[in-house]
Every structure is written in C-alpha cells, then in structure tokens.
Design a protein around this ligand. Structure first.
Ligand code: R5P
Length: 302
C-alpha cells in the first residue's frame, strides 16, 4: 500500500476524457493518465499510468451509448483506486444510465437502476454525484443510494447559454411533461421568467403525444427543456404542438443529448431554431460544459 500525501486527484474513464481534463483544470489538480482498452475477447483493461498519491480521487465517467462497457470501466477504476490505498473515492457519473428502469413495470423484470446503484457502492465508491439524473419515481437521488449521493443540475448553465446566444424575447420555459418541472423551474429562475409543463403520453419507444396545457404561448420565445433527448420524439412533438399554438420562436435544451439516430434532424424539422446540450454526453450540440458545476461540487467537499 502506498502512503498517501493528502490532496485530490481526478481520473476519467474513456467516456469522459475531455470533461475530466476540464474539471482538473478548474480545480487546479492533476488529471491522472490512463490506458484503457479492450482485449480481443471483449474484456476491458484499465491501467493508471501516473502515481496515485492523493487521499481523495474523483472518478469521472458518464454512462451513455455503451453503458455496459462504461460501467465496467468505472468499477475497475474505483476498485483499483481503493486497492492502491485511496481513502475516499468520489464517483461522478454525469449521465446515469439505467435510471429509467427504476421499477418492475412488468412481472419478472430486473429493476436495473437498483442493481446499478448497488454495484457502484460495492465497487468502493464513497460518494456519488450525478447531473440531472432521470428520477421520475425517486424524489431525491440520495434515496437510491446508501452512500451520500447528490444530483447536480446543468439547467442554469444551459439556460444562460441560450439567453446569451439567442437573446430570447418575452421568454417562457416549457417542460414536456410533469417530470420535467424541476428542470423547467431551474431554467426559468435563470431567465427570470415563468414556466409551464405539458401533458405527455408515451405511445411507443420512439413516439409520444403531447397536449399543451393552459398557458398561452402566443408572443413568447420558448425554451423547451428536458433531461434527456434520446430519439427526439418528445422534443419534436413538443415543438410542433407549441408552434401550432402560436409560439414566436422555439429553442430546445437538454442536459444529456443522447441524440439517437436522426433525433437532431427530427427536432429541427419540427421547427426548433436550435438544440443546445451539455457535455455529459459528447455530441454535435454539446455547447455547454458541466465542468464548472462538477468542480464547484467537488470543491465544496474537499
Ligand atoms: C423521459 O421521461 C425523459 O425525461 C425524456 O423526455 C425522454 O427520455 C426523451 O426521450 P425521446 O427523445 O426518445 O422522446
């Protein structure tokens, strides 16, 4: 076991290399270099190339697109750090996959969210940070873990970016469904305007129907916000419905731009002026970095 010199180091999995460097720079600490690769049989190899000599290490790994590979990397990194004598490991999982399967909707289903949270704890994580985690039925991410867990938000940074770039006139923030209320309220607070939420009914994995509520959107520039854009169905339907109701302009923002298939084109075709996302998931619209949000949260506990 190495004797530790105190302090903090940051290490990233292959899902979040650029974000890891940005966070390390913000905090003025070392981003540990790694070698991460797959063996020909598909197994994952992880090696830290720098000396791990801090008491505390933050592991940054977003769990998008190849969730199973990225989770295994995360487990290997955390266990390696603990094995090397790190006292506290902070798991920063900006996009937290498997959160949507947080219940047994049909008999016999695995409650994947619960399985993943248990594995994260078992690997040796001491504290978890997520960003705008999808938690429709879990009011607070802390309730999903036995260890301390904090859900951060990128919504204020996203709203600020949209305002700076598009100078919204008479803005109004819209959440496509009830669950988006918390994100709509953060964005509205940042813009100093009101917000409303709509009624969404999921018809299939890729199709939804949206019913506008009472609020009159005529004469407003709208910012529609959500945690995730996956197939783009939700945002496309929302844009179309609101433009149909007389909205002046529609901008779209989300924390996690998964943008599966033609999601971006689908939303633009529905009339959105632009789509803005964060770098929890690297994408063509990841204009906003969550590095300051993560750095602030880490600074507060170290
Ligand atoms: C679901 O409730 C989420 O908050 C998002 O609205 C959803 O994941 C978006 O999915 P899609 O882009 O496929 O409509």
């Amino acid at each position: 076991m190495i004797s530790k010199s105190g302090g903090l180091q940051i290490i990233g999995g292959s899902a979040s290399e650029a974000l890891t460097i940005k966070v390390a720079r913000e905090l003025g600490v070392q981003a540990l270099k790694t070698e991460i690769r797959r063996f020909p049989d598909g197994e994952t190899y992880v090696r830290c190339l720098d000396k791990v000599d801090a008491d505390k290490v933050a592991v940054i790994q977003s769990i998008y697109h190849r969730p199973n590979d990225y989770l295994i990397e995360y487990f290997l990194i955390v266990d390696m750090l603990k094995d090397l004598g790190v006292k506290r490991v902070y798991g920063v999982l900006p996009y937290f996959a498997y959160a949507r399967q947080d219940e047994r909707f049909s008999s016999g289903e695995a409650v994947s969210f619960s399985t993943v949270t248990k594995l994260i704890e078992k690997a040796g994580t001491d504290q978890v940070f997520t960003i705008d985690a999808h938690r429709h039925r879990v009011p607070d991410i802390a309730m999903a873990f036995k260890i301390r867990a904090v859900d951060l938000t990128a919504m204020r940074s996203l709203a600020q970016h949209v305002q700076e770039k598009y100078s919204l006139d008479n803005p109004l923030v819209i959440g496509p469904d009830e669950e988006a209320e918390r994100w709509a309220s953060h964005a509205a607070e940042q813009l100093g305007c009101g917000y409303d939420i709509l009624e969404k009914k999921r018809l299939s994995d890729t199709e939804v129907s949206i019913k506008p509520k009472r609020m009159d959107v005529r004469g407003h520039d709208l910012l529609i916000v959500d945690d995730i854009i996956s197939t783009g169905g939700t945002m496309a339907e929302t844009c179309a419905a609101l433009l149909n109701k007389g909205a002046q302009r529609v901008l779209v923002a989300c924390t996690h731009p998964l943008l599966i298939g033609n999601a971006l084109a689908r939303i633009l075709r529905a009339g959105a002026e632009d789509v803005v996302g964060s770098d929890t998931v690297p994408s063509p619209v990841s204009y906003v970095t969550v590095a300051p949000v993560i750095s602030k949260a880490i600074r507060e506990i170290t």
